[in-house]
Design a protein around this ligand. Sequence first.
Ligand SMILES: [Zn+2]
Length: 76
Amino acid sequence: MARSKCPSCEYHEFEAVPVTTKSGQKFCLIQCVACGTVVGTLDDVKITNVIKNAERKMSKFLENLNRKVINVCNRK
Ligand SMILES: [Zn+2]
């Protein structure tokens, strides 16, 4: 996978900065840690979806894990 880099200073670390507009809209700016150039935005809905997807994957993973543990326990 190619490494992301800042279009301005070519640094490769970014941070998400939460921003709320005057109208109350929440979103995140993705900016270069070194020079602050904004390279992208995430709106609140997308962030929530990402978290929800991660939670879903995690609970599925735990479910599978539980099932495996139970199987192992029952074998004895
Ligand atoms: Zn930069």
